[in-house]
Ligand binder design. Structure first.
Ligand code: G3D
Ligand code: MG
Length: 233
């Protein structure tokens, strides 16, 4: 996978001064249908320390967060949340442009939102027609609702194999795997190798919730298990 080189700092993320170690800025955009959890993911990731500013002029929410990688390198992620922008929105291509990473988000309980990921990816490809594609990740959100899953993980992984996307499953609601997702992305963007242990050490521990509902997908029947910590894919 080719990681795009940073041409210019993302707005608002320039080096903060002589005393501070330099953070390398990257633009990360969350794409996907409405209600899949994009805003919740951005909020969850940035909740510990975040600066949110609503840019009414262009209609996007930004979340900033700095991550320190194991080698001491600092990365500043500028997360773009497209708000109510639909895939047909006039500005959407402008928002995507210049992204270093694109998170294609869907709701694991909503098959349509998974199918629509294809359209979102097509839009990204069109936007980067003659340029290096950004890093693409596929994010299946709402794993706390695994008992209502309609998108099998094999489908998820197949999409990733076919489209050179990095697979993630997470839960914005309880924070499961959210930090590890962004930590891993930050490391990939910076070209820093991290061990599984280093990635896992960023995982937020969540209390397991025992759920025993009927599954919607017959193929997943019998596999119902208590919600548990996500694995890094
Ligand atoms: P969007 O920004 O993609 O449009 P939101 O999506 O972040 O606004 O989330 C849409 C709804 O999904 C919200 O519920 C939110 O609480 C819920 N949601 C987001 N992430 C999760 C998750 O991981 N698990 C569960 N169970 N729900 C989640 P409401 O009820 O406010 O519409
Ligand atoms: Mg939103």
């Amino acid at each position: 996978m080719v990681v795009p080189q940073m041409a210019a700092p993302a707005p608002g993320l320039e080096d903060s001064g002589d005393d501070e170690p330099r953070s390398v800025p990257y633009k990360v955009i969350l794409l996907g249908d409405g209600a899949v959890g994009k805003t919740s993911i951005a909020m969850r990731f940035s909740q510990d320390h975040f600066a949110q500013s609503y840019k009414q002029t262009i209609g996007v929410d930004f979340f900033h967060k700095h991550i320190e990688l194991p080698n001491g390198q600092r990365v500043a992620l500028q997360i773009w949340d497209i708000g109510g922008q639909s895939i047909g929105g006039k500005m959407i291509g402008n928002y995507i442009y210049g992204a270093h990473a694109v998170l294609l988000c869907y709701d694991i309980t909503n098959y349509q939102s998974f199918q629509d990921v294809e359209d979102w990816l097509r839009l990204v490809r069109r936007t980067f027609a003659n340029e290096t594609m950004p890093l693409v990740a596929l994010v299946g959100n709402k794993v706390d609702l695994a008992h209502m899953r309609t998108v099998r993980s094999t489908k998820h992984n197949q999409f990733c194999d076919e489209n050179d996307a990095t697979p993630f499953f997470l839960c914005a609601k309880n924070g499961e795997n959210v930090n590890t997702c962004f930590f891993k992305l930050a490391a990939m963007l910076a070209g820093v190798a991290v061990t599984k242990h280093e990635v896992e050490s960023t995982t937020k521990v969540v209390t397991a919730e025992i759920i025993n509902h009927q599954r919607h997908d017959p193929a997943e029947q019998g596999a119902a298990k208590p919600a548990k910590k996500c694995e890094i894919q």
